[in-house]
Design a protein around this ligand. Structure first.
Ligand code: AHG
Ligand code: MN
Ligand code: MN
Ligand code: MN
Length: 340
């Protein structure tokens, strides 16, 4: 390692993806263009999130009045703003044909003059309960290609997660980190604000085979099913002589999954008696995160099957999810198998 204060050979996300795409001679650079529009959305949201605390004081659009929001000048909510930014960035890329966003009831079909081959499913701002206290939030996305040359239809996005060509998230935390997989492993990039570029900082992320952390909203424990309850009990009172696991739960899926990916362990949002399908959405929460976990050497399980095998029938469908280190998810799979 050199002691130079400056690295001069920077692997930006664009350079990285161009390198990857050059392995496919048929590639026409469409994916690189699509990704650069997603990156633009992430940068915009990152900057809006960073100003969010300040906006209360000085106003985002330059209004100097603390009272702005009391005078009907209400700032656009950050999740609505993020959605608008991503929809516009994705449509204007000219590379998309169907968009599914958590914030929009209906899928968006891109007008024919701007239409491309990619379908993008996304959660523009995940972890919304953490916005007002400045805790980490993120954006999650998954990318499919249309099934055929026919007129785009909803079943182009109602495909199992294993058909995704790419998935990722951007975490707006102490730094802005973009983690992505195009099916050949997982790589993490950190935004250098002075350059406005995402630089490769976490090459080829592999999740530890077993972890020491479990992550779940234990407030729902009263309504859990047998296997989930047994698993969490095992985390706290292991009977095999191992140490109990630590509990970490932020309540932003992006942040909880990011920690799980880097440190290992398990993240679960199980079914319960009140929500038999759990809370998290299949297309733009469960699938992208499951895709990344598998690509990093971990597993993702719904309580019934491999998460990426699920065939969604509705764009906002939910599913229970258990994902993380290979060995930890293996334990929950065994507990569900023993139930049958
Ligand atoms: P969103 O903010 O996009 O609606 O998603 C919130 C999700 C997810 O980020 C998190 O894992 C989960 O809600 C937390 O739910 P609980 O508050 O029920 O624990
Ligand atoms: Mn979400
Ligand atoms: Mn959201
Ligand atoms: Mn929401």
């Amino acid at each position: 390692h050199s002691a130079d204060a400056f690295r001069t050979d920077l692997m930006t996300i664009t350079r990285f993806v161009l390198n990857e795409q050059s392995k496919y001679p048929e590639s026409r650079g469409d994916f690189t263009i699509l990704l650069s529009h997603i990156v633009l959305g992430c940068k915009f949201v990152c900057s809006a999130v960073n100003k969010a605390g300040l906006a209360k004081l000085i106003g985002l659009a330059g209004e100097t009045n603390v009272q702005a929001s009391c005078q009907g000048e209400e700032q656009k909510k950050l999740d609505v703003l993020s959605n608008e930014v991503f929809v516009k960035a994705l449509v204007s890329s000219g590379r998309t044909c169907i968009l599914v966003s958590e914030e929009d009831e209906e899928a968006t079909f891109v007008e024919s003059s701007l239409r491309g081959r990619y379908c993008v499913v996304f959660d523009p701002l995940d972890g919304s309960s953490n916005i007002d206290c400045g805790v980490s939030i993120g954006t999650i996305f998954g990318i499919y290609t249309v099934k055929d040359d026919g007129e785009p239809a909803l079943d182009d996005v109602l495909q199992p997660g294993k058909n995704m060509v790419a998935a990722g998230y951007c975490m707006y935390g102490s730094s802005c980190t973009l983690v992505i997989s195009t099916g050949g492993g997982v790589n993490g990039f950190t935004l250098d604000p002075s350059l406005g570029e995402f630089i490769l900082t976490h090459p080829d992320i592999k999740i530890p085979k077993k972890g020491k952390i479990y992550s779940v909203n234990e407030g729902n424990a009263k309504n859990w099913d047998g296997p989930t309850a047994k698993y969490v009990e095992k985390c706290k009172f292991p009977k095999d002589g191992s140490s109990p696991k630590s509990l970490r739960y932020i309540g932003s899926m992006v942040a909880d999954v990011h920690r799980t990916l880097l440190y290992g362990g398990i993240f679960l949002y199980p079914a319960d008696k009140k929500s038999p399908n759990g809370k998290l959405r299949v297309l733009y929460e469960v699938f992208p995160m499951s895709f990344l976990m598998e690509q990093a050497g971990g597993q993702a399980f719904t309580g019934k099957q491999r998460a990426l095998d699920l065939l969604p029938t509705n764009i906002h469908e939910r599913s229970p999810i258990f994902l993380g280190s290979y060995d930890d998810v293996e334990e929950i799979i065994a507990l569900y198998a023993a139930e049958e």
